[in-house]
Design a binder for this molecule. Structure first.
Ligand SMILES: *Cc1c(COP(=O)(O)O)cnc(C)c1O
Length: 430
């Protein structure tokens, strides 16, 4: 596989963009090669600028549940081009999107649209502080909530891959408002509330962790968080930026039957355009300006083009709920196939999966928290990644990310990926 044009573009990019990329996870650093530059996508396939074809299991890191250029999304975007792309004024479509989110996400009564997942979590934390009059946020090690100053503490994914656990440029006073605890360790949360219950404004959690690889909650973990927050008057925030409309139509909260006070959304709700949202109990959301004293704003929030893409995708999902059964079947097929191939080759892996998000960890142990994930053989992962890329399978370029199955992956695509994995494992075992 030739990557001459990608290499040339990467050269140029590095001269004018820090590290040549606009988001560090794209840089392929953890897998020991240069990134490929993508030219176009269709369904579950993408093509790079050298014309190489790949089956895509990244899906823009989650948003593309329907695959690339789904007709209902493309059509909706075309219609917006005829009427105008931004007004900075209220529009009918944003009301429709808010109504649809409130209808589909069980705990959401009112919702504010923003432009990214980071904005959503940043705003949710602020509202939780304004509502409780407290400052401390509990987060979990290996959970990532965007590049919010106070949340770049033990934040998994890109940070783990780069080998920095805390970002530069974050005042100690900000980081000091965050209390990082081990994911899936309810005893640690109980002790924190015992000691500092009257300081804790919120507990923010990825209900299914995706940014240390896919790590499901232990049975009872989310309900225990719910009970502790209720008991101590803290706001429970589910960061469903990755899991929303991904693990189920109503997100992880509907899958596990646990209702947070606030929910943050992103990724799938924009279907590839920049949309985020935070919403929840009316009483809390009424603290947001212009109703309340907690300021939050955005020039392009509720942007017509972005909203149209998201609205088209969510309507399609609501009208075709069978999609989630098909995603479950396809993702289970991929999981079973790859695990079987690794076993056959004598390569040790463990897989975690919830619906259409899954991770193959290069370890023989169960992965239930960051410490488990950090024990994986990242060198073996990097080799596997390069072997798969060379066979036309595009995977997330870090051990600490989930891969995503889309509605556009057919059985043939899944089986082809499994066959490539079998070849990759065989060449690794040699
Ligand atoms: C991706 C992600 C974010 C950040 O969203 P951006 O749109 O990249 O700012 C926040 N939380 C979770 C759980 C995510 O997966």
């Amino acid at each position: 596989m030739v990557h001459d044009r990608s290499s040339a573009l990467f050269e140029r990019a590095q001269r004018v963009i820090p590290g040549g990329v606009n988001s560090p996870a794209r840089a392929f650093r953890a897998v020991g090669r240069e990134p490929v530059f993508i030219r176009n996508g269709e369904g579950c396939r993408i093509w790079d600028c050298d014309g190489n074809e790949y089956i895509d299991f990244v899906g823009s890191w989650g948003p593309l549940l329907l695959g690339h250029r789904h007709p209902v999304v493309v059509e909706a975007l075309r219609e917006v081009l005829d009427v105008g792309t931004s007004f900075g004024a209220p529009t009918e479509a944003e009301v429709e999107l808010a109504e649809l989110i409130a209808e589909l996400v069980p705990s959401v009564e009112t919702v504010r649209l923003v432009n990214s997942g980071t904005e959503a979590t940043m705003s949710a934390l602020r509202v939780a502080r304004g509502f409780t009059g407290r400052d401390v946020t509990v987060k979990f090690v290996g959970n990532y909530h965007g590049h919010v100053d106070s949340l770049l503490v033990r934040a998994g994914s890109g940070l783990a891959t780069l080998g920095i656990s805390d970002s530069g440029g974050v005042p100690a006073a900000f980081a000091g408002t965050t209390l990082p605890l081990e994911f899936n360790d309810i005893g640690a949360v109980e002790r924190a509330f015992d000691r500092r219950g009257n300081e804790i404004a919120s507990v923010i959690v990825e209900p299914v962790a995706g940014n240390m690889g896919c790590v499901p909650p232990r049975p009872g973990f989310l309900q225990a968080l719910r009970d502790l927050c209720t008991k101590h008057g803290a706001v429970l925030i589910f960061d469903e930026v990755m899991t929303g409309f991904r693990v189920a139509l109503g997100g992880a909260q509907s899958l596990y039957g646990v209702m947070p006070d606030l929910t943050t959304l992103g990724k799938v709700i924009g279907s590839g355009l920049p949309v985020g949202a935070f919403g929840g109990r009316r009483e809390i959301m009424e603290r947001v300006a212009p109703l309340g004293a907690v300021y939050q704003a955005g020039t392009l929030s509720g942007n017509p083009l972005a909203v149209a893409g998201g609205l088209a995708a969510l309507r399609h999902l609501r009208e075709n709920p069978g999609i989630y059964d098909r995603l479950e079947t396809a993702a289970a097929r991929l999981q079973a196939g790859v695990v079987g191939a690794a076993d056959a080759a004598g390569v040790e892996i463990t897989s975690n999966r919830v619906g259409a998000m899954l991770t193959f960890f290069f370890t023989g142990q169960q992965v239930r928290c960051w410490e488990d994930a950090a024990a994986c053989d990242t060198g073996a992962f990097a080799k596997y990644f390069r072997e798969m890329l060379g066979r036309g399978i595009y995977l997330p370029c870090s051990q600490y990310e989930a891969l995503f199955v889309a509605t556009s992956h057919g059985n043939g695509d899944i089986d082809h990926a499994v066959a490539c994995a079998a070849d990759a494992f065989a060449s690794m075992a040699r």
